[in-house]
Design a protein around this ligand. Sequence first.
Ligand code: NAD
Length: 499
Amino acid sequence: MMATKHPKPDWNKRARDLTWDGQALIHGQKIEASKEIEIFSPVDGRYLYNSGLCDSAMIDRAVRSSRSAFESGSWSGISPQARASKLLRLAELIVRDHEELALRDTLEMGKPIGIALSEVAGLAPVLCRYYAECADKIYGEVPGSDGGSIAFSLREPRGVVAAIAPWNYPLANAIIKSLPALAAGNCVVLKPSEMTPGSALRFGELALEAGLPEGVLNVLPGDGVETGASLVSHADIDMVTFTGSTATGRAIMALAPSRHIRPVMLECGGKSPQIVFADAPDATDLAPHILDEILTNQGQLCVARSRLLVHRSRKEELLHELAKLAREYVVGDPLDVDTRFGPLAGTTQRNRVMSYISSAQQAGAHMVVGGRSDRHCGVLPTVLDEVSDDMPVVKEEVFGPVLTVQTFNTVDDAIRLANSSRYGLAATIWSAHYPVIHAMVRRLKCGHVTVRSTTEAFEGPGLALAGEPHRDSGFGGETGLDSLRNYTTVKGIILAGGL
Ligand code: NAD
């Protein structure tokens, strides 16, 4: 029997027909903000809509709503299994509406629609399910005690969590910022990036539909200076969780305790190395993996492997293969479902990336391949050789499709180069030599290390593996049960006496 062929959706038409609503979601109600932000699409510069810019009065209203929801026990007081079942329902609703949610992310940040669809239908529900299923796996301990007492510790939700998200994976970040907190029984006030509030606002509505009580998840669009700063410094917030740049993370570290001391979790920028030893696989096999790890999401990924550290003996052949492959890329139309590589998230982002490239060239770097493209906000995959540690393109997070190349001779050299960055998110090591791997794994200053001896595909542990950022990349972690424990506080209890 022949399979029925469905016509491909016309994403341009759907984009024209899509309606936007930039109002805040507070206690189950849509509320208009007194100020607005105009949102333009990096797809072609078109004006999309005006989203709200919430001020301190709206933040106060949202925090009071979340506080009353928390104290009512309608979420914090139900069983972890009951919370999990509502969060699992939320995952189903995201899958139901994945086309609309994906289109919002594409139009707001330029992510190719085919990739946005697989993120929203694949990654987003996986994230929801993982955190939902952790809800009943967070428990306290029972230490030994004397015969006259029983002691145990209780893990309790912290209360009202302020969650601040970036734009690079709009829906996924909204989930990663709010689901662990919700699963642990907290109420959340979520502020998405001012560049991409669309899918987060819909996510808030879906949470209501999934049965989360009013006020458990409030979503407030707005900027950093007014909305974000009012939220993290609000007196009645019990915890702040932030994902974004290191500069903003630093500002939040200063702001958050200005009224009261409270825990802060920071997931910030990265400058992760890709370390290729002499015994790494053939350059032709290796090059696609190296490019993939810098070009995913056009390099707008915190764990992008943006620094290639390669053993001197392997550099020439690898650069040759990387350049050959990189030249095959074009910046495609994000609304074409076959596009794999799209524009950057806006003109500011494109100009920022281009200024790193030109300042590196002025300082003597050699551009092996790459540069700007004609498409609106496009930057082609760029490889820069002959760079030095002190160039901004090597030291700072570019957040674009730019790979720098440095060589080493010994394991000590490789470790020195890898650890020369102030960031510490992740690293990939290509080697099958046990003593090398052992030294690298122990001495690398970062939260996630992947060691690969071949280019064979693997699935790995998914979200179950914990890993905490180091240094200017932040602290806390978002994977493994440890990430959920961060959203709880521990109470030690002694039951003394008895009959
Ligand atoms: P950003 O720091 O500019 O903004 C992030 C969020 O913080 C936005 O919602 C913004 O409005 C808000 N904000 C800005 N100033 C604020 C203030 N003073 N008080 C409170 N909130 C404020 O980051 P971005 O450009 O949106 O995102 C890109 C950055 O995010 C990159 O550095 C990237 O590495 C990082 N990131 C890290 C991870 C991770 O897991 N480590 C994941 C994704 C993105």
